[in-house]
Write a protein that binds this ligand. Structure first.
Ligand code: SF4
Ligand code: SF4
Length: 349
């Protein structure tokens, strides 16, 4: 590993360890926030309900003020996703501001807009983590996120990126050939990346049962080995793929925040509009309240990132109030072309 990349890896791990320790010691601050800089995406995956075709980027000053608000709430890590975050022309400035405010910076992208220059710009911004989900080996009518089309980008990342790269393969409804997940995971490892597997969920974040061959591939991927936080997700996924519920406390709205392009805080991408409070008005009292609020959708939930942060608290502080899973306020109607994608399902993030 090049000296500069090695130094950044050591620094990143030290900061992550410090944030993890603080997360264990202190219960009432967000560990992870998802921040949406634009809803627009350059692709139109058939299973996705998280994009539109025409919306504009959120202005930079608004994004920076949202980063500041999350920092003031004590947020440890922000993941910028979308839509497609690389379509935001000032993404690197948003990432750099996260780092200036002492947070861990991550993005989830489909990878299509990566170039050597953009990877270098992301290096300079201080990005810590980048995740790409690859759905198949060859593009099909459901998804263009294919290994063959992304291969040049993956090579550039392997040669140039100073941040950590995680490649996610997927299983579940809409994935035509489950064996593709194995091919994607093997290629990711060859290129020196971390890899994991996600299970596609329905439009409310809930499980779609896996078929026989998908189960075999899932078991093979587990034998193949996963690292780090993916093992945490395996604790949840093992039960879900067998159709069994998990017992856990979803701390969405507290340890995890989903902040959409309008600056509204939701539990997660599949529970948008709940609790539906603007981030600018979101307070420590909201974080404390949602920490103790039980989410009825938890047993069959497949939202990886929320489950990942839940391990900090599953052993303590039982939840005593039950959430009402309908929006506090109705979302305003969107102009033509800005409705969410029609797929009605989404990829577990
Ligand atoms: S899954 Fe990602 S790449 Fe595909 S349409 Fe949705 S936001 Fe875009
Ligand atoms: S359990 Fe939590 S993360 Fe999962 S769908 Fe419900 S609110 Fe979202």
């Amino acid at each position: 590993m090049k000296p500069r990349k090695l130094a950044r890896t050591i620094g990143r791990k030290a900061r992550a360890a410090r944030e993890a320790a603080w997360g264990l010691l202190h219960r009432h601050h967000p560990i992870l926030a998802h921040l949406i800089p634009m809803r627009r995406c350059n692709l139109a995956c058939g299973y996705c309900n998280e994009y539109d075709a025409v919306s504009s980027p959120v202005p930079l000053d608004v994004m920076l003020s949202r980063v500041d608000r999350l920092a003031d709430l004590g947020t440890a890590m922000i993941t910028v996703s979308g839509g497609e975050p690389l379509m935001h022309p000032q993404l690197e400035e948003i990432v750099a501001h996260q780092r200036r405010r002492g947070m861990i910076a991550s993005i989830i992208t489909n990878g299509y807009l990566l170039s050597r220059e953009r990877i270098q710009a992301l290096n300079e911004s201080g990005l810590d983590y980048l995740q790409i989900s690859i759905d198949n080996v060859e593009p099909d009518d459901v998804s263009m996120k294919s290994l063959r089309l992304l291969e040049p980008k993956l090579k550039w990342l392997s040669e140039t990126a100073e941040f950590h790269v995680h490649i996610n393969s997927v299983l579940g409804a809409g994935v035509k050939n489950p064996d593709d997940a194995l091919t994607v995971a093997r290629r990711a490892r060859e290129l020196g990346f971390n890899s994991g597997v996600g299970v596609i969920h329905d439009g409310r974040g809930q499980l779609r049962a896996l078929g026989e061959r998908e189960m075999e591939v899932y078991r093979e991927l587990k034998r193949f080995g996963t690292r780090g936080d993916v093992r945490v997700n395996a604790l949840f996924q093992d039960k879900l793929v067998m159709g069994q519920p998990n017992t856990w406390s979803c701390r969405a709205g507290s340890r995890y925040l989903y902040v959409d392009e309008d600056g509204i805080v939701s539990y997660c991408s599949q529970m948008r509009g709940i609790p539906g409070i603007p981030l600018a008005e979101y307070t420590h009292a909201d974080v404390v309240r949602e920490y103790g609020t039980r989410k009825p959708c938890a047993p069959y939930c497949t939202i990886n990132c929320v489950q990942r942060v839940a391990v900090f608290d599953n052993w303590r502080s039982p939840q005593t109030v039950t959430a009402r899973l309908r929006p506090a306020r109705e979302a305003p109607p969107r102009p033509p072309g800005q409705e969410p994608g029609a797929g009605g399902q989404a990829l577990a993030r």
